[in-house]
Write a new protein. Structure first.
Length: 124
């Protein structure tokens, strides 16, 4: 990440929770030997945080649904077993980012991985 990309006004504890949820998902659904990347970059009107992995991916039909409480993507985790968790992590991410006036974008393809981009505006 570049130095001095700007400052946002945010609830530090909640933003940390967002990042932990996204990174935990990347770890849980990326097989051994896969790659997980975290980056941040400045946009004209705010900052983007990006978590990418080469994990199992999410089918297009699950993209919207997985941001709903208690919903999980279909398929298997990195260990070949069913996906654990209560299905609250991404719903919480979306809620926290919405409360900060931001946006969440998901790009994913089964077998190729997932990228989640969080945008938080300056001065919200």
């Amino acid at each position: 990440c570049a130095k001095n990309i700007g400052k946002i006004t945010a609830d530090r504890r909640r933003l940390k929770q967002v990042m932990i949820n996204l990174i935990r998902n990347a770890i849980n659904f990326t097989p051994e030997g896969g790659t997980i990347e975290f980056s941040a970059k400045r946009r004209k009107d705010g900052i983007e945080f990006i978590v990418s992995d080469t994990g199992v991916g999410v089918s297009r039909s699950d993209h919207k649904r997985i941001f709903e409480p208690f919903e999980r993507a279909q398929g298997l985790g990195r260990d070949g077993k069913g996906r654990g968790g209560a299905g609250l992590g991404l719903a919480l991410v979306r809620n926290i980012i919405d409360l900060h006036g931001g946006e969440v974008e998901l790009q994913s393809e089964p077998g190729k991985g997932t990228t989640v981009t969080i945008f938080l505006p300056f001065g919200h």
